[in-house]
Ligand binder design. Sequence first.
Ligand code: SIN
Length: 304
Amino acid sequence: MTLRIIPSGATLGARIENLDLSQPLPDDVFEQLLQALGRHGVLSYPKQELTAAQLRAFSARFGRLEVNVAGAYQESGLPEVMVLSNIVENGKPIGLSDAGQDWHTDMSYSHMIAFTNVLYGMKIPHRDGQPLGNTEFCNMHAACDGLPEEWKQRLDGMTVLHDFDKFWEMMRRERGSTRPPLTPAQRAARPPVSHPLFLRHPITGRRVLYANPGYAVRINEMDERESDEALEFLFAHQTQPAYRYAHRWQVGDVLMWDNMGTIHNAIPDYRPDEPRLIKRCQVMATRFFHDDGTPREAAEALGA
Ligand code: SIN
């Protein structure tokens, strides 16, 4: 079967229209999706009708699924499916509210980094006929290519420290946040980890800029002041409008993105009385990396 892949025409994004994700994927279709995800960074599949178990089964084709620590917001009986929502029922939130996260890449603070997030839109707020709560992306292949030559040379071979606590503290500063600071035990369970600043993307074979404002705290090979200045430059560079793409949600959309080739930001432009409900699976990059972080052979990783 040949997929109908319709590029958005922007720097990222393509729509796939002739696929029912509730059904098991034949190997040749899966291979086309993998290539399309590397090439376009963000894929959407409109008009899907999925159970949480079908969302999990589709996501699990791409790699090991992460079980999120926010246990209260897991789908009942399916811990790999997380509920994102601003809906409150009987005084209790039914899902994790992710508004106000700002630009980041999921799980960059982990030794095993994230490959793709798979989200299923079940309730999408609209106002004046326009969808709210867009998910925005920036293209890290383009950001890498677009770095001035002197910066490419200066940063070549360097590594970045990613810290979960940076993001946690940023979310704590959000209006209305009730998050306590991480305890010493929670901090110890998620120590900062380092990754190369430039990654060779396992699908495209091209270099991507692997740093993000949410978690990156230090360029290890620089002193603190030099590192702060370089990160400030990189964050401004990677989020510039030329690299941006926004997904405008409709109910029934499945949206997936490549966390190595993009960074993302959920726009918090809807009110508490404008319900949003998304189910989400987080797929780790286990098809590309061994547990110790070394890359798998290309043929093994791509299933060739
Ligand atoms: C996410 O960061 O996984 C969620 C993005 C969204 O809710 O739009």
